[in-house]
Every structure is written in structure tokens, then in C-alpha cells.
Design a protein around this ligand. Structure first.
Ligand SMILES: Cc1cc2nc3c(=O)[nH]c(=O)nc-3n(C[C@H](O)[C@H](O)[C@H](O)COP(=O)(O)O)c2cc1C
Length: 478
């Protein structure tokens, strides 16, 4: 059986056709690629950027950024009908993650012996052959891996995990891997470390962006992300096995390394600008991969997805994907009448999440808020979880904060959870009153109080019908 090799190039042709690709020549890997990408993504509808003729590198050695930052591109990556609007994308995505997850078991990857990724092999490894950017001024070094997928295997089972973790180039043959405690790759690493065994690693640095989109979201513990991708594509992923680790990677990947973390080889990594918009820590220690092989296509394209103060390269796709996952998680936990969920970009799609519900019983809104804050997909770094009524659009901050300002009594409507799941990467970690990364969390119930709902003051705004009639009649003006 043949499968899908996750080829970036047909997707790029499609994006060009959509008019959403800009080619940029002559930029410098040293801060310029990062700054151009960062400014580009602040535009209303940012195009994807394909950098070529990068200073000091041969023509054809390219870097792609901003790949997922528009509804049209994101819908094409997810194999949904092309959506030009954000609302259309959210509607097209509703219920899909639960379906993809349920069917993932049917799509084990298929092994193939050949593929474009094997066009070139470095056995004398030189990672500097690729234009890894220095993305931000205060970064600890050049990061070859941002929009990447790190492939690892469990110590005591066959489970292969594929996760997006940042990868710093330390020198021509060494990489540092920042996997936060609790992430699946980290768990697999810790088991190898405890047993004193070397930890095999393969890292994919470019390919169909479906790859890094899915390796960057919370696929359940024990499930291989390749299965999940296959479920989206409705066909298995076609993979080749690395010659030194045996780890599988998509056959049309752009650049792949293989190597090992030798027991206890942890080296200085970072600092690095983060998804919430800060450098939360100084440099730390991270597992160091000694690279033994590099495979790459002719004219390889490195996938870049640098974090920064939001909106950043991947905050839009994270907001869309995490909102859909949170919506499904609420339903799976039994919360009824969920209208919509939005994980706001300002909180890096983690720290400020909102759900709208149609209240049906006393206590309904608190149930929704606490589950939003604590469910498996949501708990990590969920600082504020807000619940609003169905007349509020949870993705519209103006409306959400209006509900918070006008429908809450702070003494009653803000619940605080102590010792919840925080992170060493939280900018507030410095002020945590704990020795471990616990963090408190607020649930803001901004719904009209259930027991005074019917007597609650009416909203002073033209009715939906009057608005529609007026818009239709005064189209040119409005
Ligand atoms: C572009 C990008 C960069 C990321 N960088 C890191 C990182 O450096 N370390 C980390 O632990 N998680 C990082 N994440 C988040 C993880 O990819 C995400 O939590 C994912 O679920 C991890 O995979 P796992 O659930 O298999 O552990 C990043 C996500 C994206 C999209």
C-alpha cells in the first residue's frame, strides 16, 4: 500500500495559486528572517513567506515562515474545503478533532524504502549547511527547529511519539532539545535516562505543514501523531526508517536528522523568545542530540515557526486548533449546551480561554468554567477561564470583557484554584510562591446570575432583526 509522504511542495503550489505566498530574496538569517516574519504576521491577512538566496547560503536553500497564519491556508492544511473567513474555518472544523482521534487507529503509517528525503545524505554531519535563523535578538543561539517534528520511541513499548519542541543548533553536529516536563517526548527521554540508555531521536525540519501542526497539539498519551495525521488525510502516512535509529519519518520530508542523546548528555540551551511573548528564563540544561546522519531533498526548505509576543507565527493556528480541542473536551466531559469556545491569541491560546453556553440549570456555568480550566487539553498554563452567555461571541475580546465588566460580582463570580498546573516557562514563574511549577487559576463566571436571569437588565442594543434590516437598507453607509 502506498501512503501520503507529506510533501510540502504541492501544498506550496496550492498556496501560490491562492495568492498567499510571497517570495523574499536576499534576507539575512541573522535576525532579518525573524524580524520580517514577525512584522508580516501582524498584518490583517499575512501571506506565507518563502525566503531564498539567504545571505551566505546557496540559492535554493530556503526557509518558509507564516505557513499557518490564514484561514485559507489552515483549512487547506487540514484538508477542509478552503475557507476564506475565520468564522467559516471554525464552523468547518467543529467536531472534526474528535472524529479524527476516534478513527486514528485505522491509519498506521506504511513503510517505504525510498522517498525524496533520501536524495542527499550527510554522513559527515554539518548542520551549518542549512540557514538556521537567529530569530530574536536575545536568543541564546540559532534555532534550526521551530516548525519541526521530533520523533522518539518509548523505552518499554512500541509507541512512537511525534512532538514539536524547539531545537537549538549548538555546533555542526550537536542539537539541544527543549522538551517541557510532562510532554510525551520528555517522558520517553526520562525513561531512557533512568535506565542509563542512549535515547534515539529523529527530527523533521520541514514537510507538509500538517506534520508540524499536528505534532504541536496535544494528541492523547500513547497515540502516534502519524495515525492522527493519517486520519485527517484519510490515508496512511508513508514513512522511511532512519538508517541509524530505525525511527520513521515522512518520505517527502525536506530535512531530517537522526542521532542519539547519550546518557546524561545535557547542555546549555536558550534563552529563547516564547509563545506568550517573553523570555521567561535564563538559559537552562536540555538533552543534547549528537547527530549521526542528515537526509535532505534537493533545494531543501526549512520550516520556521518562531514564537514571539502574540500575534506570532503560530498563534492563529494554535487558537483555532486548541479552541476546537477544548470544545470537544467539554462535550466529552458532559458539559451541555456549549455554543462556542475560543482560546485567545493574546494568551498564547493557553492562558485566556472563553466558553459560551446556554445556561440550563443552577451551577451550569461554574461546571463549564472549571472543566475548561482543568480538562486534559486545557490545564497546562490555563490562567483565566471565562464563561459567558450565548449572546456573547467568545472570540470577540470587546464583548467578552464587556460581559466580565457588567455581569460579574468579583467577590462571588471569580473562583480561584490553588496549586494548579503551571510552567517554568510562565513569565510569572519568577513570582510563584511555590518551589514547583504550580500556579493558581481563575474561573470567571461572566454569565447572568442564574437565579436573577429573567430579571437581569435588558441589553441596550438594536435587536438582531433591526440590525439586519438596517444593514440591508443602508449597505453603502454601513
Ligand atoms: C511552533 C511550536 C513550538 C513549540 N515549542 C515547544 C518547546 O520548545 N517545548 C515544548 O515542550 N513544547 C513546545 N511546543 C508545544 C508542544 O508541541 C505541544 O505541547 C505538543 O502537544 C507536544 O507534543 P506531545 O503532546 O506529544 O508531548 C511547541 C509548539 C509549537 C506549535
Amino acid at each position: 500500500m502506498t501512503g501520503n509522504p507529506l510533501d510540502l511542495r504541492p501544498w506550496l503550489a496550492q498556496v501560490k495559486e491562492l495568492g498567499e505566498l510571497r517570495e523574499v530574496r536576499g534576507a539575512d538569517w541573522n535576525l532579518e528572517l525573524g524580524a520580517i516574519s514577525e512584522l508580516n504576521v501582524k498584518k490583517a491577512l499575512p501571506p506565507a513567506l518563502l525566503f531564498d538566496e539567504i545571505k551566505g547560503y546557496p540559492k535554493g536553500y530556503r526557509v518558509l515562515t507564516c505557513s499557518t497564519s490564514s484561514p485559507a491556508r489552515l483549512s487547506s492544511i487540514l484538508r477542509l474545503p478552503i475557507q476564506k473567513t475565520h468564522k467559516g474555518l471554525v464552523e468547518a472544523l467543529r467536531g472534526k478533532p474528535a472524529q479524527w482521534q476516534a478513527e486514528a487507529g485505522k491509519y498506521d503509517p506504511v513503510i517505504t524504502q525510498s522517498g525524496p528525503v533520501l536524495e542527499n545524505v550527510q554522513r559527515q554531519v554539518d548542520l551549518e549547511a542549512f540557514p538556521s535563523p537567529l530569530w530574536h535578538e536575545m536568543d541564546g543561539g540559532r534555532y534550526i527547529g521551530t516548525g519541526c517534528s521530533v520523533v522518539t520511541r518509548d523505552f518499554d513499548s512500541d509507541w512512537v511519539n511525534v512532538g514539536t519542541y524547539r531545537v537549538q543548533m549548538l555546533d555542526k553536529t550537536h542539537l539541544a532539545l527543549d522538551m517541557v516536563p510532562g510532554k510525551h517526548g520528555r517522558i520517553q527521554y526520562e525513561k531512557h535516562k533512568a535506565a542509563g540508555k542512549r535515547f534515539p531521536v529523529a527530527i523533521v525540519f520541514g514537510g507538509d505543514p500538517l506534520g508540524y501542526l499536528i505534532s504541536g497539539i496535544e494528541v492523547p498519551f500513547g497515540m502516534c501523531e502519524y495515525n492522527y495525521m493519517g486520519s485527517i488525510l484519510k490515508e496512511p502516512i508513508s514513512v522511511v526508517r532512519g538508517e541509524v535509529t530505525g525511527l520513521p519519518f515522512p518520505a517527502a520530508s525536506e530535512i531530517v536528522i537522526e542521532g542519539f542523546v547519550e546518557p546524561n548528555d545535557e547542555r546549555t540551551e536558550g534563552p529563547f523568545g516564547e509563545f506568550h511573548g517573553y523570555y521567561p528564563g535564563k538559559e537552562g540544561k536540555a538533552p543534547c542530540v549528537t547527530v549521526e546522519r542528515v537526509f535532505f531533498r534537493n533545494a531543501p526548505i526549512l520550516m520556521g515557526s518562531p514564537p514571539a509576543k502574540p500575534p506570532n507565527d503560530y498563534s492563529y493556528s494554535k487558537a483555532v486548533m486548541r479552541s476546537a480541542l477544548l470544545h470537544d473536551a467539554l462535550i466529552a466531559a458532559g458539559v451541555s449546551e456549549v455554543q462556542a469556545v475560543w482560546a485567545h491569541e493574546i494568551g498564547g491560546a493557553r492562558m485566556f480561554n472563553v466558553v459560551s453556553i446556554r445556561q440550563r440549570f443552577a451551577g451550569h456555568s461554574r461546571q463549564a468554567g472549571h472543566i475548561l480550566s482543568q480538562c486534559g487539553v486545557g490545564a497546562y498554563m490555563s490562567r483565566y477561564s471565562v464563561v459567558v452567555d450565548e449572546d456573547i461571541d467568545p472570540s470577540n475580546l470587546q464583548e467578552v470583557m464587556w460581559a466580565v465588566a457588567t455581569r460579574t460580582d468579583p467577590a462571588i463570580d471569580i473562583d480561584i484554584i490553588q496549586r494548579g498546573m503551571g510552567s517554568k516557562n510562565d513569565p510569572m514563574f519568577i513570582a510563584y510562591p511555590y518551589d514547583a511549577p504550580f500556579s493558581s487559576k481563575a474561573i470567571i463566571d461572566a454569565c447572568r446570575p442564574w437565579d436573577h436571569k429573567d430579571a437581569f437588565p435588558a441589553v441596550a442594543e438594536a435587536s438582531k432583526e433591526l440590525q439586519e434590516k438596517t444593514r440591508a437598507k443602508w449597505k453603502d453607509l454601513l
